[in-house]
Design a protein around this ligand. Structure first.
Ligand SMILES: Nc1ncnc2c1ncn2[C@@H]1O[C@H](COP(=O)(O)OP(=O)(O)O)[C@@H](O)[C@H]1O
Ligand SMILES: [Mg+2]
Length: 371
């Protein structure tokens, strides 16, 4: 597990230490640095996957993140000490071991070279970040489409769903009969432990009666997803393609698949699991992300949704997940830069405090309505 991430001179942060837990929820106003936390982890993974140790560095543009060039990522208020050249530094603490990387700033470069002395190989990534159970699902996921890519290399061999979830349909097609291993992930209404049946049962939290099918499109390198509604038999609807079904169903599928395949040692980075879902579906998805953490994966979720927060609180209260495994980070800007506040959740699901701006809009609006 990654216990702590330290970010120096990178994007929104001059210097920040961000503790991580088995389940970490990032919240806060827009542009307060939440995605930067996830991007930092994705950047380390992307650089590790694409580069050899001898030309190690931060690869700013790749499969996971496209961050631009040096001047885009160097923290704007960087203060050079004694005229020293700027450095972008990232560090992780995992299982008691410290890992750190320091890269030289180059204004126009999209590969920032590490400071490592030539005779020492670049530090390797900790298993928590380099392992097979890594998923990073960005907020800008793939829109409903008539077909999706069929890449054996990415979806089957690497088991990666794509940072936009673009490989989730092919993954589901290929692994649909595999059992969902951890019982905490089993939906009580699932017809069996098969991945497809479990995915369907969790999707029914969002849309009751929905039925999924993922098939190859013969003669092409694509796969297709289709939905049917209602129970099988006379009352079942025709099959619909994703483009003719509400946005939320297709948009959430990668989140469902990522959670159902979570395993010990895995790392799930998920931006806005609530996107395009109705409130009850948002709470259901939050409970599924907690089940993924209960199954042993480390989960980091960015959210704007109080329903997601409440789903986490319910998972704790209903004993699906221990309160001490949850960390809440509320990011807000102050005159000193970004500050991070940490309300805690008790085992009864109650919060220790509600800092101003932390999911308080419901109350603020109610006060105005009742005024
Ligand atoms: N090089 C930089 N220097 C300082 N601040 C930056 C830099 N790059 C991005 N930012 C800040 O980070 C914000 C984006 O942070 P992000 O993590 O995406 O926010 P969010 O909390 O919405 O996920 C930008 O709006 C900007 O204020
Ligand atoms: Mg964001």
């Amino acid at each position: 597990m990654i216990d702590r991430l330290t970010i120096t001179n990178f994007k929104a942060f001059a210097n920040a230490q961000i503790p991580l837990s088995p389940y970490t929820l990032l919240s806060g106003l827009n542009s307060s640095g939440k995605s930067t936390v996830l991007q930092t982890l994705a950047l380390l993974r992307q650089s590790h996957d694409a580069l050899h140790e001898e030309d190690g560095g931060f690869l700013l543009n790749g499969d996971l993140v496209e961050l631009g060039v040096g001047q885009d990522v160097l923290h704007e208020d960087y203060v050079a000490s004694d005229g020293a050249e700027p450095r972008i530094q990232l560090a992780l603490r995992c299982e008691g071991i410290d890992y750190s990387w320091s890269a030289r700033y180059e204004r126009e470069a999209d590969l920032l070279r590490l400071d490592e002395p030539r005779d020492r190989p670049a530090p390797v990534l900790p298993p928590a970040l380099s392992g097979a159970g890594f998923q990073y699902l960005r907020a800008d996921r793939i829109a409903p489409a008539v077909s999706y890519p069929r890449s054996h290399e990415i979806a089957v061999r690497r088991g990666f769903l794509g940072s936009r979830g673009e490989h989730a349909v092919n993954f589901l097609r290929h692994f649909q009969d595999e059992p969902v291993l951890h019982e905490r992930l089993h939906h009580p209404q699932g017809k069996s432990r098969r991945l497809l049946d479990q995915a369907e049962a969790w999707m029914q939290e969002i849309c009751p009666g929905v039925n999924l099918q993922a098939d190859a499109i013969e003669g092409t390198d694509s796969v297709r997803l289709s939905f049917r509604f209602g129970t099988a038999g006379l009352s079942a609807s025709n099959r619909y393609r994703p483009t003719n079904v509400g946005f939320g169903l297709t948009y959430v599928l990668p989140v469902v698949v990522a959670c159902l395949t979570a395993k010990p040692g895995g790392l799930l980075l998920i931006e806005n699991p609530e996107a395009h879902l109705h409130p009850r579906g948002q709470t259901g998805m939050a409970m599924l992300t907690c089940a993924a953490a209960a199954a042993g994966a480390q989960v980091v979720v960015e959210t704007h949704s109080d329903h997601v927060l409440n789903g986490v609180r319910l998972a704790i209260k209903e004993r699906h997940f221990p309160a001490e495994h949850v960390l809440l980070h509320y990011f807000r800007r102050s005159t000193r830069g970004i500050e991070i506040l940490n309300p805690t959740v008790g085992s009864d699901g109650m919060l220790s405090d509600w800092p101003e701006g932390f999911f308080d809009e419901w109350e603020r609006s109610l006060d105005r309505l009742l005024d």
